[in-house]
Design a protein around this ligand. Structure first.
Ligand SMILES: CSC[C@H]1O[C@@H](n2cnc3c(O)ncnc32)[C@H](O)[C@@H]1O
Ligand SMILES: [Zn+2]
Length: 435
């Protein structure tokens, strides 16, 4: 017998989401030094150590949310029922200007991390201000974050100029890179960042080998603005200034033309599809089947909770699958395996971490989610992929493991206190409504 740090035994289904979509029935997973060291039937007989019996559970890789603004939990539902331009300019940006600070971001991120862990998210990509506050929360809670300070050409809560935002990003890379924190650079969008700002951001991304995280082609307004300013569509514009390559993670991508989809594919740009935010802000529906057909990596993002308004990524996958079937009038589009891939292996590719996360494989980090399938609404269980995508919700997540450490057990989020989360939300609601 060999020693393991954690052994998950008798798992009803293991959906590895590896290249072959290998599945196991009634099998075990052994974990040591943060990584998966063995998977399969009878593994429990080869290892000893802390053991969790997982009868009736489905194991999937930790879910990857490739676009959010975590601290916006404090603005959940704020300025609802408006289009993006009005929502941002008349509601969100004024209130952010008044309230966003280190404390706001720290408190908002605590709520988001609680909610993301509860919903099975083990890695998220963030774009906001005071990312040092986000880093402090995630280092304490133990969830992975790809963190980018939002950079705009006008003053923001964290920086008076885009150059200051870029300098902050460089200091952040040097100070915070670590086990849980993966810095990225976050120019907001082609309509809020000049070509000069975008090029400077790409220089930093290349120098420090980090992700370039940006909103692209979210609304028709954006497309019209970029066309008017630069005489090109957003993707063509970004390509013409040399900032499209395989380290670009483009959030939304609702309105690309056929030519733009070809460019995305040729340049290796990854997309974060945010269907619920795009529906709620009435931005439109991204051409996901077309992008997939062209070989573009499409992952899943919840966006912030002021435009979604939750961080339930399983619900987001379900929305994506149903939405594209409906729009294309083709039920074979985005089958359950493909939909789940978007939040696992494709998500890992989108953040350029496919060698470490995104599937349950030996040698990979032990980021694992167990879904409780012993509930009436998940039975009878003919196909576990379909059941996860179309019958379950984030609230069915029972256990979450990040790097071999248990973060959620029996649906209880261990690193954060529920009462404190509720108290934070109440305190900020009071401050914001009384201002
Ligand atoms: C630059 S930090 C993030 C910045 O973006 C704002 N924001 C939130 N959601 C969206 C969205 O869907 N499109 C564009 N910008 C968005 C957020 O409020 C911050 O100001
Ligand atoms: Zn966004």
């Amino acid at each position: 017998m060999e020693r393991a740090d954690l052994i998950l035994t008798d798992i009803s289904y293991i959906l590895t989401m590896d290249e072959n979509l290998t599945e196991y029935r009634d099998a075990d997973i052994a974990i040591k030094d943060k990584k998966i060291i063995a998977i399969g039937e009878g593994i429990k007989n080869r290892y000893y150590g802390k053991t969790i019996v997982c009868k009736g559970k489905i194991a999937i890789p930790g879910l990857i949310n490739t676009h959010t603004h975590a601290a916006m939990t404090l603005l959940r539902g704020y300025g609802s029922d408006n289009p993006l331009k009005v929502w941002l300019e008349e509601y969100i940006w004024p209130v952010e200007g008044k309230f966003v600070s280190y404390d706001f971001v720290k408190d908002g991120t605590k709520i988001a991390v609680y909610e993301m862990l509860r919903n099975g998210i083990t890695t998220f990509v963030d774009m906001y201000f005071y990312e040092n506050a986000v880093a402090d929360v995630i280092n304490e809670a133990g969830i992975r974050g790809v963190l980018s300070t939002g950079i705009l050409d006008f003053p923001t809560p964290g920086a008076k100029t885009p150059d200051e935002g870029i300098e902050k990003t460089v200091s952040f890379i040097k100070e915070y890179s670590g086990e849980y924190v993966y810095p990225a650079i976050g120019p907001h969008a082609p309509y809020t960042c000049s070509p000069e700002t975008l090029k400077k951001c790409m220089d930093v991304a290349e120098k420090y080998d980090i992700l370039f995280h940006i909103h692209i082609s979210e609304t028709e307004f954006e497309v019209a603005t970029v066309k008017e300013k630069y005489g090109k569509t957003p993707v063509e514009h970004l390509d013409s200034i040399g900032v499209l390559n395989d380290r670009v993670l483009a959030a939304h991508m609702v309105h690309p033309t056929e030519i733009e989809i070809e460019i995305l594919s040729k340049r290796g740009v990854k997309v974060s599809h945010c269907p619920e935010s795009n529906l709620k802000l009435a931005s439109g529906v991204a051409p996901v089947p077309e992008m997939l057909k062209a070989g573009v990596t499409v992952s899943i993002g919840t966006d912030g909770t002021a435009s979604n308004d939750d961080l339930d990524i399983i619900g987001e996958i379900s929305t994506a699958a149903k939405l594209h079937k409906g729009i294309s009038k083709d039920p074979t589009v985005l089958n359950a395996k493909e939909a789940l891939l978007m939040a696992t292996r494709e998500g890992a590719k989108a953040v350029r971490m496919e060698d470490r996360i995104g599937s349950i494989e030996t040698g990979k980090l032990a980021d694992i989610v167990l879904i409780d399938a012993t509930q009436p609404h998940l039975n009878p269980l003919f196909d576990p992929y379909t059941q996860i995508v179309h019958s379950s919700r984030g609230s069915d997540v029972d256990t979450v493991i990040v790097g071999g450490e248990i973060k959620v057990l029996n649906k209880e989020v261990l690193p954060l206190c529920r009462d404190e989360i509720m108290e934070i939300a109440e305190r900020w609601k009071k401050r914001i409504t009384e201002s």
